[in-house]
Design a protein around this ligand. Sequence first.
Ligand SMILES: O=P(O)(O)OC[C@H]1O[C@H](OP(=O)(O)OP(=O)(O)O)[C@H](O)[C@@H]1O
Ligand code: HPA
Ligand SMILES: [Mg+2]
Length: 179
Amino acid sequence: MLNEIERVLLTEEQLQEKILELGHTISEDYYDKNPLVICVLKGAAPFMSDLIKRVSIHIEMDFMAVSSYGTSTVSSGEVRIIKDLDASVEGRHVLIVEDIIDSGLTLNYLLDLLRRRKAESTKIITLLDKPHHRKVDLKPDYCGFEIPDEFVVGYGLDYAERYRNLPFIGVLKPEVYNR
Ligand SMILES: O=P(O)(O)OC[C@H]1O[C@H](OP(=O)(O)OP(=O)(O)O)[C@H](O)[C@@H]1O
Ligand code: HPA
Ligand SMILES: [Mg+2]
């Protein structure tokens, strides 16, 4: 697997250092708010898992699975709910955890859904922001790194469901896409 990586964009150390910082910020901003922290599966699972361990206030967790990419590197534009939340968000301070914002379509859809379900507040934390291909006007409230316009894998991010288990963020060798 490692021989399929062309370049490491963000090392494990860089990711963990940033996550520690983000955890402190969330702990301060949500002090006494008991936020409902929602992980957008599958990509955000590693980030969610590391982030919550750096948050020092009470939180609750929930999970939602949506998909718009399938096996492609380009968003289909159509967001499908694969798994819905277990509990109601009505009156809750919701923090949505994402691995990456690219076109913005996934989060635009989720934000709209959670607001219609009467969440008290909705904020977004994303590990990566790739602002070049935005199709909707959407900015994260908290962001780890802004990255260049390249398809990245690792630390939850996949290409055709693979590479999610890499501990860093990297770029694949071009020949991997031609297989
Ligand atoms: O801003 P966008 O263009 O909508 O892209 C970002 C979304 O796409 C990826 O998920 P994907 O739909 O591939 O599902 P996955 O997390 O299971 O890989 C990623 O994890 C984000 O959720
Ligand atoms: O760069 C990316 N990598 C993996 N999944 C993605 N979903 C949106 N952008 C990306
Ligand atoms: Mg994906």
